[in-house]
Design a protein around this ligand. Structure first.
Ligand SMILES: Nc1nc2c(ncn2[C@@H]2O[C@H](COP(=O)(O)OP(=O)(O)OP(=O)(O)O)[C@@H](O)[C@H]2O)c(=O)[nH]1
Ligand SMILES: [Mg+2]
Length: 247
């Protein structure tokens, strides 16, 4: 049976799809380049200074596969002491960009825990929430401690897309976000189709219930009328029996 929440979620998705405001949350350990990636996307610029984020949000409009996408990007705090709102933005995100740095193994080790938290906390329908895994700072090849194969394997294990990026050189910046938008759209379409199918199943069974109710009422009426007719017949019969025989 179509649950109210699944239909409500699908309606919400449909409303969002039509106005194109897609909430993207950028997460990962402090200093991996989340803000630089986001700012590169929004304003084509890069800053070598490090200024830890508390929480910033940006609006960005672009075209993905010929369709307008309006992104509402939340650049979160990597440093633990600033990340009090984690559960809330995990619930609100439609898709996630998870960033680690190829020069920092700890930031890579944190990714599975983040994925698990997203799957646990995420919204009305947390299963298969779109996630893109981003291995940043690929311009610092000399300092690499996480191989591309390790990154790809982790992404594959968790059903995520994977990119190596450089915010400094603007490598794969748009690609990460655009791919995420595609995944979000695909998921929206899947949820809508499933909700529509459930709804039509529900409609069909309601129709069946209505038909069987009408049918059983008709049957009852038929039985009643047979009984009534039976009584009439017998009284008619009696009257006929009592009636004088006219010859
Ligand atoms: N070489 C190089 N440096 C980068 C790159 N991306 C970011 N950085 C540098 O890494 C440092 C941290 O970058 P941020 O974008 O502030 O990191 P963050 O993940 O937002 O950090 P928090 O806000 O604390 O969570 C800065 O000094 C950046 O200049 C990159 O692709 N290549
Ligand atoms: Mg930041």
């Amino acid at each position: 049976m179509a649950s109210i929440s699944s239909i409500a979620a699908a309606t919400k998705q449909q409303r969002r799809t039509s106005i194109q405001d897609t909430k993207i949350v950028v997460m990962g350990e402090g200093g991996v380049g989340k803000s630089c990636i986001t700012i590169q996307l929004i304003s084509n610029s890069f800053d070598y200074d490090y200024d830890p984020t508390i929480e910033d949000s940006y609006r960005h409009q672009c075209h993905v596969d010929g369709e307008v996408a309006r992104l509402d990007i939340l650049d979160t705090a990597g440093q633990e002491e600033f990340s009090v709102m984690k559960d809330q933005y995990m619930r609100q995100g439609h898709g996630f960009v998870l960033v680690y740095s190829i020069t920092n193994r700890d930031s890579f080790r944190q990714i599975p825990r983040l994925i698990e938290q997203i799957r646990r906390n995420g919204g009305d329908t947390p299963v298969d929430l779109p996630i893109v895994l981003v291995a940043n700072k690929c311009d610092l090849e000399a300092n690499r401690v996480v191989t591309m194969i390790e990154g790809q394997a982790l992404a594959k294990r968790h059903g995520c897309d994977f990119y190596e990026s450089s915010a400094a050189l603007r490598i794969n910046i748009e690609q990460c976000f655009h791919q995420l938008v595609r995944r979000i759209r695909e998921r929206d379409r899947r949820i809508l189709a499933a909700a529509r199918a459930e709804l039509s199943k529900e409609k069909q069974s309601a129709l069946k219930r209505l038909i069987s109710r009408i049918f059983s009422r008709q049957q009852k009426n038929a039985v009643k009328s047979t009984k009534t007719t039976g009584r009439k017949n017998s009284s008619l019969e009696q009257a006929w029996r009592r009636a004088p025989i006219v010859q």
